[in-house]
Design a binder for this molecule. Structure first.
Ligand code: PLP
Length: 353
């Protein structure tokens, strides 16, 4: 820290992402990326012509991309905002809708960026403990007088909540915004996008980073009522109006236009997840029911941090959170079938030693 850092940033405890070590090649099952490459259409879209045009600013409205997303999800272009990763979209939402009067509420075990933004923007927040089985108690969020943020399916617990329950939360908080972070919805969750047509207080956020093989491209979007989207756009135009670069705009549009390719990959990942769950179960692991591209597992035979360390020694990265209630768990991303098999064989080997 320099002596010039302002008070606000001195107080911050920044978000900590999963490690990206460069010392050797790991089987990377720690940050929930897709093991599959982008679709062939994406490779074509990032053409030399597009690279030549990098000299010009990108479309500030991102029209083509927003329209492609709108068509896929059955909404209007004006119902879509795009951001540099869903992280930027969520940050815009914090800047637009939260303050001391509209405070935040979210579960104690969830995406660990929510409390970082709350602190960054001086938003008081409340955390509601999830149940012992890590499910979210929907009743905790009824008439709560605060803006609600839920990851659905939740991370790192992998558990999905039904749209029916979320609708109750949305309906019971008409004077607050309910943000549903659907980073993992394509792996078995149920999307709340249809609710955005009937309620003016729900914002659905999705990302290209997990199911669409584009974590390195940084692209995310929000779908909601036109007024909510216009509010987010006001924040975007006040901070980073050209937030999507030309290459990613072209890549993202091509990705949406080749949606089938990605949905096939999701099916493969779901199959591999079932195979992994079965084998881990046989090894005596406990786990939550996953609707995501990862498993959240623990074993009585080995501590969470110990298993993480033993796997890392053998070239496999998984994610362990040294946090209350979940320190004994590991979050294991589902890779290709081959990677997953190596991970499972390696865990068997570790347990037999
Ligand atoms: C990965 C993830 C994000 C962030 O995604 P980006 O689009 O890469 O910024 C947001 N929320 C949850 C729950 C995630 O798991």
């Amino acid at each position: 820290m320099s002596r010039f850092l302002n008070e606000r940033m001195s107080r911050m405890i920044p978000y900590v992402s999963g490690e990206q070590p460069q010392d050797k090649k790991y089987i990377k099952l720690n940050t929930n990326e897709s093991p599959y490459p982008p679709s062939p259409a994406v490779f074509e879209a990032v053409s030399t012509a597009e690279i030549s045009d990098l000299k010009l600013y990108p479309d500030i409205q991102a029209r083509k991309l927003r329209t492609a997303i709108a068509e896929l999800y059955g909404v209007e272009t004006e119902n879509v905002l795009v951001g540099s990763g869903s992280d930027e979209v969520l940050m815009f939402a914090f800047m637009a809708f939260f303050d001391k009067k509209r405070q935040a509420v979210f579960p104690d075990i969830t995406y660990s960026f929510y409390d970082v933004w709350a602190k960054l923007f001086d938003v008081p927040y409340e955390v509601k403990p999830v149940n012992d089985d890590f499910t979210i108690n929907a009743a905790d969020y009824l008439n709560c007088g605060k803006n609600v943020i839920l990851a659905n399916p939740n991370a790192p617990t992998a558990i999905a909540m039904s749209v029916e329950r979320i609708e109750k939360i949305v309906a019971a908080n008409p004077d607050n915004v309910v943000i549903i972070d659907e980073a993992y919805v394509d792996f078995g969750g149920e999307s709340c996008v249809p609710l955005t047509k009937r309620y003016d207080n729900i914002l659905v956020v999705q990302t290209f980073s997990k199911s669409r093989s584009m974590a390195g491209g940084r692209l995310g979007f929000a779908i909601g009522n036109k007024e909510l989207i216009a509010d987010l756009d006001r924040v975007r135009n006040s901070t980073n109006p050209y937030n999507i670069d030309r290459l990613i705009m072209a890549a993202g549009t091509a990705a949406i236009e080749s949606n089938d390719y990605y949905m096939e990959n999701c099916k493969k990942i779901i199959e591999t997840r079932k195979y992994a769950a079965k084998r881990l179960w046989k090894m005596g692991f406990e786990m939550t029911e996953s609707s995501t591209n990862f498993l959240f597992v623990k074993s009585d035979k080995i501590g969470g941090l110990e298993l993480y360390g033993e796997l890392k020694k053998r070239g496999i990265l998984v994610r362990n959170f040294q946090k209350p209630r979940i320190a004994d768990y590991n979050r294991i991303t589902i890779g290709t079938f081959e990677e997953t098999k190596i991970m499972l064989d390696t865990i068997e080997e570790i347990l037999s030693e």
